[in-house]
Design a protein around this ligand. Structure first.
Ligand SMILES: Cc1cc2nc3c(=O)[nH]c(=O)nc-3n(C[C@H](O)[C@H](O)[C@H](O)COP(=O)(O)OP(=O)(O)OC[C@H]3O[C@@H](n4cnc5c(N)ncnc54)[C@H](O)[C@@H]3O)c2cc1C
Ligand code: FES
Length: 260
């Protein structure tokens, strides 16, 4: 549980609401894993690693939601943050043809996993959704290695107008996939699960839940009989479909269950 203080080496503005912070952090990480990021005087939050390659600096990609993510969004080169981890499980990068379904900041965890899969010989197709054109996260990054990148925006400012799940259905009707990976708003993840099941495609979704310890001590991340910090954050659809809270309920800091 040792925390290491690291200095931010690079800040990349990805979208109006999202920033990537790069830093040197030696412990090896697998794509899909998360770290606990402590901002002195503010709070500690779980963040997926958006860069895991041991040859370069690691990175997180943060979207403004509340106080901690806003302060992280305002971080500057040279600022210090505390890191512990990596924690949790990871994506299995062996399937040959993978459909990536990213909504909003969900692309943060999917991009490094897709890169690792391509490096092992997989073919990647991407369905990327956002509220509006300027919020499409990692579109250029996916474009460098994916066979296809299709985008949708809620307001129609880029790509198809509407939800990314419509792109998913079109992909699944046209092509064969060996896996579907998704992260984003849970209602989107639920719809993607239904589509994957209808087409017999194995599904893996990265979940977000309240976390405090990150190491299975505090119960903050309870999700049905599972703990997201150690048994997740990546869950197969076969598990998610059996947990009533999926797409339904989350826990607040107090432990109270509230609608997701
Ligand atoms: C395993 C894991 C990986 C994560 N990876 C990332 C990541 O790569 N990038 C990233 O930006 N965030 C990620 N998160 C979410 C992050 O940990 C924080 O929850 C988020 O930054 C908000 O924290 P906050 O303190 O700023 O806001 P809070 O004060 O906690 O929340 C502010 C408001 O936003 C709502 N809110 C908080 N989180 C979410 C959410 N995820 N979806 C919808 N509404 C929410 C709250 O209900 C509240 O109304 C991850 C979470 C987990 C569990
Ligand atoms: S965050 Fe404490 S048990 Fe998962």
């Amino acid at each position: 549980m040792m925390r290491e203080m690291v200095r931010i080496e690079e800040v990349v503005r990805e979208t109006p609401s999202t920033v990537t912070l790069r830093f040197r952090y030696a412990p090896a990480a697998l794509p899909g894993q998360f770290i606990m990021v402590w901002l002195p005087g503010v709070d500690e939050v779980p963040m997926s690693l958006s860069y895991v390659d041991p040859r370069g600096p690691k990175g997180i990609t943060v979207k403004v939601m509340g106080d901690t993510s806003r302060k992280l969004n305002e971080a500057k080169v040279g600022d210090l943050v505390g890191i512990r981890g990596p924690y949790g499980n990871h994506f299995d990068i062996t399937p040959a043809r993978i459909l990536i379904v990213g909504g909003g900041s969900g692309a943060a965890v999917l991009a490094p996993a897709a890169e690792a899969a391509v490096a092992k010989g997989s073919q990647i197709s991407v369905a990327l959704g956002a509220t509006t054109r300027s919020e499409l996260l990692f579109r250029e990054r996916f474009g460098k290695f994916a066979a296809k990148v299709e985008v949708s925006t809620d307001d129609g400012s880029e790509g198809s107008k509407g939800y990314v799940t419509e792109l998913v259905n079109r992909y699944l009707e046209r092509e064969k996939f060996d896996a579907l990976w998704t992260c984003g708003p849970e209602v989107m993840m639920v719809k993607a699960l239904r589509s994957a099941e209808a087409h017999g495609v194995p599904y893996f979704g990265s979940l977000e839940r309240m976390m405090k310890c990150g190491i299975n001590l505090c119960d903050a991340c309870a999700f049905g009989p599972y703990h997201v910090c150690t048994e997740g954050p990546v869950f197969p659809g076969t598990v998610l479909r059996g947990v009533g809270d999926f797409g339904g309920f989350k826990r607040e800091a107090s432990g109270r269950r509230v609608p997701a």
